[in-house]
Design a protein around this ligand. Sequence first.
Ligand code: PMT
Length: 378
Amino acid sequence: MRAGHTVRVVMTPEATRLIAPATFEALTGNPVTVDVFDEPVRGQIAHIRLAQESDLVLIAPATAHTLARLALGLADDMLTTLALATRAPILIAPAMNPAMWTHPATQAHVQTLQARGVEFIDPTYGIMACGDEGWGKIADTPVIVQAVQNRLNRSETLNGVRILITAGPTYEPIDPVRFVGNRSSGKMGYAVAHAARERGAQVVLVSGPSALHPPAGVQVIKVQTAQQMYEAVSEQFDACDVFIATAAVADYRPECMLPYKRKRRASKWTLKLVPNPDILGTMAQRRTHQLLVGFAAETDKVLENAQYKLRTKDLDLLALNDVLEPGSGFEVDTNRLTLLYADGRVQPLPQMSKLECARHLMDAIESLLQRSEGSSES
Ligand code: PMT
């Protein structure tokens, strides 16, 4: 309200056992709705009116039960009915016991909601009301307020821009049951696709094997091997404006795939590997107008190696991550990126969620696109 917004509060019946609706009515100057049949404005169906008039729906604090109901699309009270009826962006700040937050059921519901475009303000670490300590404490109020402001200020700045993204690992078959692969989960690449889509870009995601749900509104092409990824990217490349290579592509594959499962023997087994195509490097040579963005997964001499990749692959931008650093790189939900630009600028970012990293990457891409537009006009 201090930022000048009109705030209307909807409460679940359970929430009214903790705080009386009259408190929010006094604070906001607006009626509080709890029951689906409440009709604060006579003749107007409250959940539809609120759904259509709201610029943003913030659910804070959200319990595990509410997350489950939202993920299933239930509409059994005013809050869930409103969430189903609205086309406004939905932001959720969960708060619950750490065991409940990390439970696979809750995390699956979070993934389902994220895939539909719902955004989360992650809970923090702390001591809960029950005395347990861990992740599950609701984010601090200034963090929630800032997330709301950021979401309201964000517009479809990449509308009409066609972005091609690779994500995940590639699997290079040895025989029908074994493969050469790596630890990439696809989290970083899917987050990049999500961040591009939420700014209105037309996104094609070429994904290696991953258990993740792709973000809503994104065209997905599933592949297994580096060769298949190369062919899919090759086919899509001419029609794209930006190519972002987030995938951890296997640089080598077994020279030939055995047609049967190799049996265990006492003797040594030497596997002969041959190089795979360098997808990003090849596209760089084929580019006409495309902006090229690479990732570098480094373990030593990180800056030096990344700068070498930026130069030799002829990229506009490269996101470096040190994959040995705790909370960065493969499989985890967070990352710490350093952005390297072709003009020599180096922009280190703090550790944050992969989605927030992806949003920073989009900011950088947007500014590069604006520059190239500016230079082609002058
Ligand atoms: O999927 P997650 O678990 O979330 O992990 C994220 C990540 C660590 C995989 C991601 O952040 C990352 O670093 N991706 C790039 C991994 C990689 O293969 O880096 P590289 O330094 O080996 O390759 C440099 C660039 O060339 C990359 O953009 C890569 O996609 C591209 N490449 C590499 C080899 C090849 N044959 N073709 C390519 O296009």
